[in-house]
Design a protein around this ligand. Structure first.
Ligand code: SAM
Length: 214
């Protein structure tokens, strides 16, 4: 069973994540969903990475859009961890969104929807929060979020504030500066994953972007 998760999950949720890893491994053999190597241990590592976003809860009832979900990362792990959140997995590639639809059906994830198309043209359920991993620079992600978002109508103590929460790696100086130029009102907070997942994750971070809108 998948271990060392940065969040407490029930045995049933862990079983679902295990089943997801199995499905991803099988489908990835014919549709390129996750970059190789993509053996079971690699895929479990991707799930662990995505669940770092669960260091803070997403508010119950929130719509959370995952821009550029690929094989469902982080959409699927978040839908498993937060059954009271509606997650929408967005990707431009139809084969990928078809695979994520299959996973949602097979895993019984009723809170996971899928939208196929380019993020720039998204007209699915409006996000209160957006998430993303390895898809686009911060300024682009923030632009997609702001164009599509709806107000949450308040903030939940301890939970992520309405806005963008994404997983990033490497030097973020240029990306953050570009976001500042495009959206001077945006506030960026970067948290090292070393604190969440251990020191070997020190080159990766959770980056959250808000602008005071709730
Ligand atoms: C490197 S993959 C990352 C996939 C997944 N988030 C992960 O962490 O494994 C980037 C994904 O973003 C999608 N993508 C890139 N630009 C996009 C856009 N403008 N609209 C929708 N999807 C996009 C690609 O099709 C691809 O599946």
């Amino acid at each position: 069973m998948i271990s060392d998760l940065p969040v407490d999950l029930s045995p049933a949720q862990r079983d679902t994540l295990d089943a997801y890893v199995g499905q991803l491994e099988r489908v990835n053999a014919r549709v390129n969903l996750v970059a190789r190597p993509a053996g079971r241990a690699d895929l479990e590592r991707h799930v662990r990475h995505c669940l770092a976003l669960a260091v803070r809860p997403f508010p119950d009832g929130a719509v959370v859009v995952d821009w550029g979900t690929g094989g469902g990362l982080p959409a699927v792990p978040l839908a498993v961890a937060f059954p009271d959140v509606q997650v929408v997995a967005v990707d431009a590639v139809g084969k990928k969104t078809e695979a994520v639809k299959l996973f949602a059906r097979r895993l019984g994830l009723e809170n996971l929807d899928v939208w196929n198309g380019r993020a720039e043209a998204y007209d699915g359920p409006a996000p209160h929060l957006s998430v993303s991993r390895a898809t686009a620079p911060l300024a682009t992600l923030w632009g997609w979020h702001v164009r599509a978002r709806q107000p949450m109508g308040g903030q939940t103590d301890g939970a992520w504030a309405p806005g963008l929460v994404c997983l990033k790696g490497g030097d973020l100086t240029a990306e953050t500066a570009d976001l500042g130029d495009a959206a001077p009102e945006a506030e960026v907070v970067t948290e090292s994953l070393a604190d969440v997942l251990g020191t070997e994750w020190g080159d990766k971070a959770i980056v959250s972007v808000t602008d005071g809108a709730v």
